[in-house]
Design a protein around this ligand. Sequence first.
Ligand code: URA
Length: 434
Amino acid sequence: MRMYDLIEKKKMGEELSTEEIYHIIDGYTKGEIPDYQISALLMAIYFKGMNVRERYDLTMAMRDSGDILDLSSIDGIKIDKHSTGGVGDKVTLVLGPIIASIGVPVAKMSGRGLGHTGGTIDKLEAFPGFDAALSEEDFIKQVNSIKIAVTGQSKNLAPADKKLYALRDVTATVDEISLITGSIMSKKLAAGTDAIVLDVTVGDGAFMKNKESALELARSMVDIGKRADKKIAAVLTNMDEPLGFAVGNNLEVIEAINALKGQGPEDLMEVVYALGSQMIVFSGIETDKAKAKKLMEQAILDGSAYDKFVEFIKVQGGDDSYARDVNKFVPAKHIIPVNASESGYVHAIKAEAIGLASMYLGGGRETFDDVIDMSVGIVLNKKVGDEIKAGEPICYIHANDLDKASHAEEMIRNATTISPDKCDHMKLIIDIVE
Ligand code: URA
């Protein structure tokens, strides 16, 4: 099989066979096919796409390029939740303990933040001592004993994706549905759960900027999951403004803990309930989503979700006293309000710019080697649709460096629109693909 012929075939819009796709992915993972040929192929895929059968083969070949977790020794239906990325997205921290407290096993591999989006592992490391690199054995043991474990992605999970993603990043081929599907679903399938619930974010701060492209991606991933015999659903959620009020690591953890105690922002809880009720239905504990939501509300009300969170942090090596007293988190040196210069209604607080402002303050990474400042970030005081008076804070900047804070303020002002006309709060759940 000559790589030249395979590039030519895709360039002409022809279908690649299962054997050809495996040959490409195997050869590239082993370093036998050079970057320049894969780059050309990626660009051909970008323009000609892949049909569902090709996408499935691509996903499976990428999955098979490394380790596949065997979670069969965990009792019950194991469920994973994945978000395509957002700003202020602390959903896993709230959702995981709620459904684990109801009895749904949560065996979750999470990532770190990059660019304007945050990562669950970074947030969990806000608890001193938290071990985000569990061995497979400890990961399974912990899910069996307390129903929840969250660990970083093992190094050999879908290694083909690591190489391909790095190449896509420098060849302007990231934003193609077949390639995104293969990338996300290969990792989800290698993670070994029985069911997957996807949070496909849509809007300014998301990968997919409009509903049409998000729906196409959601359908594509659900299709592949079903072909692989998984229970799978995707919930499309709005990411035009940050989720909840807090953006930044410690700040988001504190908001998540408050949410588990029943003081969660409405938008955050709407997403948590939409994803969680789907997960509970997949688990078989409840067949009706409305009843599943009631179970979740009850777990918050009776304290079992919060207790599960504290237990989870402790069992995984973290200092749980921080979960019991959030005042232990070291605050940033400066808390600076950004006041509205006019009265009216908030029409936009653009998520991507807020995420970038938080990153600029030190709360996120430009490259994977950057070290995060856990204390900095932004706490919104208003959401889209709220009325605001001149002089009232739009948000508060939590900073350790005043020069950075003043630049972040400029970024936030540019990201915010206030106008005299009334406007609606944002609709959070845009669609569900099952
Ligand atoms: N997230 C991934 O893991 N892969 C993509 O291709 C896009 C988003």
